[in-house]
Design a protein around this ligand. Structure first.
Ligand SMILES: Cc1cc2nc3c(=O)[nH]c(=O)nc-3n(C[C@H](O)[C@H](O)[C@H](O)COP(=O)(O)OP(=O)(O)OC[C@H]3O[C@@H](n4cnc5c(N)ncnc54)[C@H](O)[C@@H]3O)c2cc1C
Length: 410
């Protein structure tokens, strides 16, 4: 049984490892000629980390990432509205990680090379389309270096893990409407800075229309005693509307920083942080309407190709990773095509809930509540917002996003 995986991102590589572990032959077809450690920071929730620990990657994750201890929701004046423990500190069996996306991808890639074989990853092959019949499925690709048709590969099953702009999804669902842009633009970067707080806490500050997310992605100090701090600065550019270009590698400029001049944190100089980043990347807050079904016959979808979501609540990579384990578990138990439909049945509803919950702003609703009521740095949070209001927001998202302490609740 040969499984073709289109896309060697976080989801595709994890799926390959999970499928290989239960005895399947896999081949990864990746568009870029060379997989490089691109991106900035991401978060892995405990349920996503649990999959990677079961793949025996704990030590590798610990060597490059940060076990996030807590998340603070702050006003733009720096008040801590609420602080929520994360990962093992919150009683979960597995940690939450803040990690550089590219380094996570390299951990997965190197593990695929070691366990499955370098020859199983075919780079420079951009899959344009597939064809399936009773005996198998064929992927047709172009060579990225020449831009020309470069042939085809055959397998028994094909998984489209080809990200937000998935060609496999487009062929399966040709009449889908364009992506949905929330109206928020995100500027992302990594700055080398002195550790803030306890060195393992992240914060989200501001309100629905202007927001700053900040977290360390490594504990390894450089020669100046600094660590890489990932930040995401978000600012509303208009109301929700249809598609605009979404490219994770698009560079932005520093002019957005003016919108953050009144952000004052007691433990970090926000302006200096934003100004001292290397590259600044610009990415719009985009998702797609959840699909009523993912695949058909020998073909299915996984990760962002299946359920692209706003990067809110740290679920993009985590849900892609969970897909990979669920797919392998289903393939192990059932005949191939039945296995794909069972996998989709188990993952579609859960991920749809997360996509929709992220549109409602997930756990970050407390920011808006506080922002409307607190207007100066001398205000006291407890005079304006109750503990019950805060817990209600957190509980609602916990239930949907599946990071309750019992892992069987996924
Ligand atoms: C270069 C890059 C940088 C990113 N940076 C960030 C970041 O900083 N922060 C963040 O939150 N998220 C980032 N993301 C998105 C994040 O990785 C995903 O949201 C999440 O991890 C889900 O993973 P995925 O495997 O479904 O998709 P992705 O990680 O996007 O992987 C999809 C893979 O498929 C490949 N691919 C696409 N089309 C084809 C095709 N037709 N044929 C073959 N291969 C194809 C892509 O090159 C990519 O390797 C980035 C994605 C990419 C590709």
């Amino acid at each position: 049984m040969k499984i073709l995986i289109v896309g060697g991102g976080i989801g595709g590589l994890t799926a390959a490892l999970c499928l290989h572990r239960v005895g399947f032959e896999v081949e990864i077809l990746e568009a870029v000629p060379e997989i490089l450690p691109l991106g900035v920071g991401i978060n892995l929730l405990p349920h996503g980390a649990s999959v990677l620990h079961r793949l025996e990657l704990r030590e590798r994750l610990d060597s490059v990432g940060v076990r996030t201890r807590a998340i603070e929701y702050r006003t733009k004046f720096g008040h801590v509205i609420t602080s929520d423990l994360r990962g093992t500190e919150a009683g979960f069996e597995f940690p939450q990680y803040s990690i550089h996306r590219g380094l996570l991808q390299m951990i997965l890639l190197n593990t695929v090379r070691e366990r499955i074989g370098t020859h199983r990853i075919k780079t420079g092959r951009k899959v344009e389309a597939f064809a399936q019949n009773d005996s198998g499925v064929t992927a047709f690709f172009t060579d990225m270096s020449t831009g020309k048709n470069a042939g085809s590969t055959e397998g028994d099953i094909l998984i489209g893990a080809d990200g937000f702009h998935s060609n496999i999804r487009r062929q399966l669902h040709p009449n889908e409407p364009p992506p949905r842009y929330e109206g928020m633009m995100m500027w992302r970067g990594v700055s080398y800075f002195a550790p803030f707080g306890d060195g393992r806490t992240m914060f989200i500050a501001g309100n629905h229309d202007i927001k700053l997310v900040c977290y360390p992605i490594s504990l390894n100090l450089d020669n100046c005693g600094n660590i890489p701090i990932n930040w995401v600065a978000e600012s509303r550019q208009g109301n929700p509307r249809e598609a605009i270009t979404a490219d994770w590698n698009r560079l932005g400029d520093a002019s957005f920083i003016q919108h953050f001049h009144d952000f004052t944190m007691h433990d970090i100089d926000v302006r200096l942080l934003l100004e001292s980043a290397g590259d600044i990347f610009e990415y719009p807050m985009v998702d797609r309407e959840p699909l009523p079904s993912w695949g058909e016959g020998r073909v299915s979808l996984l990760g962002d190709a299946a359920h692209p979501m706003y990067p809110v609540g740290a679920n993009g990579a985590s849900q892609a990773i969970l897909d990979g384990e669920e797919l392998a578990s289903s393939m192990e138990k059932y005949p191939p095509m039945e296995a794909l439909r069972k996998y989709e049945g188990n993952r579609l509803t859960r991920t749809k809930e997360v996509v929709l919950a992220n549109r409602k702003w997930g756990p970050e609703k407390v920011l808006d509540i506080a922002d409307k009521r607190i207007s100066s740095s001398t205000d006291r949070v407890e005079d304006f917002i109750t503990a019950e209001e805060i817990e209600e927001v957190a509980r609602a998202y916990r239930d949907v996003a599946g990071f309750r302490k019992k892992m069987d609740a996924l």
